[in-house]
Design a protein around this ligand. Structure first.
Ligand SMILES: [Fe+2]
Length: 337
């Protein structure tokens, strides 16, 4: 790879990974640069995936609300900690659980992001996990095709990842990606676009800058230009990467299998402003989560609420604290490279 004369600047409209459209790597990066999406098979073993799956179940059970993975009658909100979109867990310091940091620091996960960005000096998001129960009775769920980059941010500014722990067949939950949509992001937003008035649209005052929910007609707009919506059927241990401009959402599980995934994103430390690194470090020191974005868009979240009131089961530290290594401190922005 030819060294850059100068590093690209975040939010200057330039892609943060330069690709000339010709370079061939002979690995998943070729697919990624072509469509903005890539599936990387077997980054962890099926045994490791099974371990993480069990840890997620144990974590749900640690709230002692009677959740039993083998008894479907307990698959209701009453028996579970509070989640977003029926299974995304960001609260309760869950983003710093020991098993979550173990997943982030799996050697091949670190290798994927190092290869992608061409540097080991990375920051990691304090991102959530997704545990979705099929047929959960007290859940209203609707598809929400969206992207996690604001229309105001141009160019490739972030790459998201998902580590899969459970086999997904056609009836199971899984990630749906609009392949190639990231390449049309600028063209799409050249016109004035309104977000869909979706039930999950966050209130204006929360200022979710890096979220745009698409309307049905927008899905068609991308399809008319050759993009393809695909639900991924993955094996345990597979990892998916997508440019944050990519339209995506989850398929709700209809079969018998619980969906188990961990979101993991890393971007180079050099793209972060010092104030954002400092904020990130303070969130780490207080066991708080972030958005998918590792180097910016870092916001403190309020305590979790159940039925409109602060959840008495809120946690200010993980159930099982991670073994904090220097590598973790670097990824968290606490320790300098
Ligand atoms: Fe998303």
């Amino acid at each position: 790879m030819a060294p850059h004369a100068e590093d690209p600047k975040p939010d200057s409209g330039v892609d943060l990974i330069h690709h000339d459209g010709k370079t061939v790597y002979g690995d998943w990066r070729d697919q990624f640069h072509k469509t903005g999406t890539a599936v990387i098979k077997g980054v962890i073993s099926p045994e490791r995936a099974e371990y993480y799956k069990q840890k997620q179940i144990e974590w749900l059970q640690s709230f002692n609300r009677g959740f039993d993975p083998n008894d479907e009658s307990t698959w209701t909100q009453e028996h579970l900690p509070v989640s977003f979109k029926g299974g995304m867990y960001f609260a309760y310091s869950s983003t710093h659980e020991k098993f979550v940091w173990e997943a982030r620091t799996e050697p091949k996960i670190l290798e994927v992001f190092s290869k992608l960005w061409g540097t080991d000096e990375l920051l990691c998001s304090f991102d959530g996990m997704n545990i979705t129960l099929p047929r959960q009775k007290d859940l209203t769920w609707s598809p929400w095709p969206h992207c996690d980059q604001s229309p105001q941010r141009k160019g490739m500014q972030c790459v998201q990842g998902l580590l899969n722990y459970q086999p997904n067949g056609p009836n199971d939950g899984g990630l749906i990606l609009m392949h190639g949509s990231s390449k049309l992001f600028d063209e799409f937003f050249r016109e004035q676009r309104e977000q869909d008035d979706h039930e999950d649209k966050p209130p204006e005052e929360e200022d979710f800058r890096d979220l745009f929910i698409f309307k049905e007609e927008d899905v068609k707009w991308f399809e008319d230009r050759g993009c393809k919506l695909e639900k991924l059927n993955l094996e345990p241990g597979d990892f998916v990467l997508w440019d944050s401009r990519t339209m995506h959402y989850a398929c709700f599980p209809q079969g018998d299998r619980i969906r188990h995934v961990q979101y993991i994103c890393m971007t180079p430390r050099k793209f972060a402003k010092q104030e954002d690194v400092d904020l990130k470090a303070s969130l780490f020191n207080n066991w708080q989560g972030t958005t998918h974005w590792p180097h910016c868009n870092i916001r403190k979240q309020g305590p979790v609420e159940r039925d409109g009131k602060p959840d008495p089961q809120n946690r200010t530290e993980p159930y099982e604290k991670p073994i904090v290594t220097d590598r973790i401190l670097q990824l968290a922005g606490v320790k300098a490279y």
